[in-house]
Write a protein that binds this ligand. Structure first.
Ligand code: HEC
Length: 487
């Protein structure tokens, strides 16, 4: 039910956006843009259907001959039985299965036309730049729509010659037997007991400890991969220096070879968890979040210790009803770095976001342009090849907000909005992951450089201290941290 609602709202929102853009233009343009697009879609779909039925009946697109290979290439990484939980949400059906694909076919057409699927926020101009990008080629999109329009025919399973090969080459993988996408974790931790998120709670950000099983982690380790398995989609996000940030739209963290994060040998791994749900009777849930880690092995070399910065920008007020409020901030890069990834973060009023690099000689380059920001998907855009950013550069960040009634996600267009932790407040963050370019040459298993160990410990300490301040719950959840220091 909610799934249905989500796309409907999304579509309305997109229409509202188109309308908004066109309102500023002449009346002529106002009519032309949507109509032209609509015709182009109709004509291209018609052309395919017509050409298919003109040749022979059996040339109409079928599931096995036409749709399945495209689903495998573009969709089954998520839409498979027991697909990955991307930050708590699993895709609702398997597109490897004809019956399910047929039942969902009207929704599939919708999702493709509106651009809701495959989910991705970076503009087409970034094609080829980021890992796990999700763009679907126009030709493929047209063929899938033609398949739906042609009656979602089944065809002959024999038409798929090499099903496994296709899955393997299409970016879709099968969940390893371990149940973790990162393979066999070296360490798995979970809450000591489930966290109870009461009926009355809408937003709640407790600090929760994952106790480390006795003897499982007695010395600092370098994280190569980390995966969070939240207990449900109402786990809105999880922040931990070791695991990065777990939110809808993000898969496991896999650092490039030679890049790593140090996990100090603490009896606890600490994370700030943000729960967000509709409050009310019967809405209480329990959460048992887990985390899994794969470590580097002795003898491996860590050249780049991953650092992260949230780059939050505060101090602005978005006026009630403003349809296009812009916020700007900048960040000076003091030493040569490799930029690994970028993660824009706003809340429901977020509309678009841009990172732009100004080189020391004044030349400018757009690093990331997200033209149609969607709060429900919080992607991390990770470079295929970490990007060199010379010392003396400036990163300019811009956020756009829609606080008007046109924005269907807007919790309250009559309110001025400022920076705040609740989902109904706003944020203008521009998280980056990066590392200095100078290789550290740290050999895993040998003595750790003191600065690295200190930085990792300080980070964790800061997180614990800050988190206590952020906990706004009136309820007694002291048992959450009960036992600290007793092990
Ligand atoms: C990154 C993972 C991912 C990929 C890739 C992906 N999907 Fe989805 N899809 C999801 C998730 C998660 C949901 C549930 C989201 C929701 O409820 O809004 C979903 C929902 C849907 C829905 C239901 C829409 C609705 O309103 O509930 C359809 C239809 C769909 N996907 C089709 C596709 C097709 C077709 C492709 C490939 C062209 C695709 N998806 C690619 C993750 C993915």
């Amino acid at each position: 039910m909610t799934k249905y609602a989500s796309i409907t709202i999304r579509q309305i929102n997109q229409l509202a956006l188109v309308f908004l853009i066109n309102k500023n233009k002449s009346l002529g343009t106002k009519m032309k843009l949507p109509t032209k697009q609509l015709f182009a879609t109709i004509i291209s779909s018609l052309a395919l259907v017509v050409s298919a039925s003109a040749t022979a009946q059996d040339a109409a697109p079928t599931f096995y001959a036409d749709a399945l290979p495209l689903f495998e290439k573009n969709c089954v990484a998520c839409h498979q039985p027991e697909g990955p939980k991307v930050g708590g949400i699993s895709a609702p059906m398997s597109l490897l299965d004809y019956d399910q694909a047929r039942i969902w076919s009207p929704m599939i057409k919708n999702a493709l036309i509106t651009g809701y699927m495959p989910p991705w926020g970076a503009h087409e101009r970034h094609r080829g730049e980021f890992k796990d990008e999700r763009y679907i080629d126009q030709k493929e999109l047209d063929l899938l729509i033609a398949w739906v329009d042609g009656g979602s025919l089944e065809g002959d399973p024999a038409d798929v010659a090499d099903k496994d090969g296709l899955i393997a080459s299409g970016g879709g993988t099968v969940l390893p037997e371990s149940g973790w996408w990162i393979g066999d974790p070296d360490l798995v931790v979970e809450f000591e007991r489930p966290v109870y998120v009461e009926d009355s709670i809408m937003d709640w950000q407790p600090t929760v400890q994952f106790p480390v099983p006795e003897g499982a982690h007695s010395e600092p380790k370098w994280i190569a991969k980390a995966e969070l398995a939240p207990g449900g989609s109402w786990v809105h996000h999880i922040v931990s220096s070791h695991m990065g940030v777990g939110v809808p739209g993000r898969g496991p963290f896999t650092y490039p070879e030679g890049w790593g994060v140090l996990l100090p040998a603490d009896p606890f791994i600490t994370a700030n968890i943000h729960y967000h749900k509709d409050p009310g009777e019967g809405t209480a849930v329990t959460d048992l979040t887990k985390a899994g880690f794969v470590f580097y092995e002795d003898g491996d070399v860590i050249d780049h210790v991953v650092e992260t910065n949230l780059l939050p920008h505060r101090g602005w007020t978005i006026p009630a009803g403003d349809p296009n409020y812009e916020v700007n901030n900048s960040f000076e890069v003091e030493e040569d770095i490799y930029l690994l990834s970028m993660g824009p973060h706003m809340h429901y009023r977020g509309k678009a976001m841009r990172y732009e690099l100004e080189y020391p000689d004044g030349e400018r380059e757009v690093l990331l342009w997200v033209p149609d920001y969607d709060f429900n998907w919080q992607f991390l855009y990770e470079y295929n090849e970490p990007k060199f950013v010379p010392a003396g550069s400036t990163v300019h960040m811009s956020w756009w907000f829609d606080n008007s009634t046109n924005n269907r996600f807007n919790p309250d267009p009559s309110q001025d909005v400022v920076y705040g932790p609740e989902t109904t407040d706003e944020m203008a963050n521009a998280r980056i992951y990066y590392a200095p370019t100078t290789p550290r040459g740290i050999v895993v298993g040998r003595e750790l450089p003191a600065d690295v160990l200190k930085a990792a410990r300080d980070d964790d300490k800061l997180r614990r201290e800050r988190a206590n301040l952020l906990d706004q719950s009136q309820d007694d959840f002291s048992w959450l941290t009960e036992g600290e220091g007793s092990q």
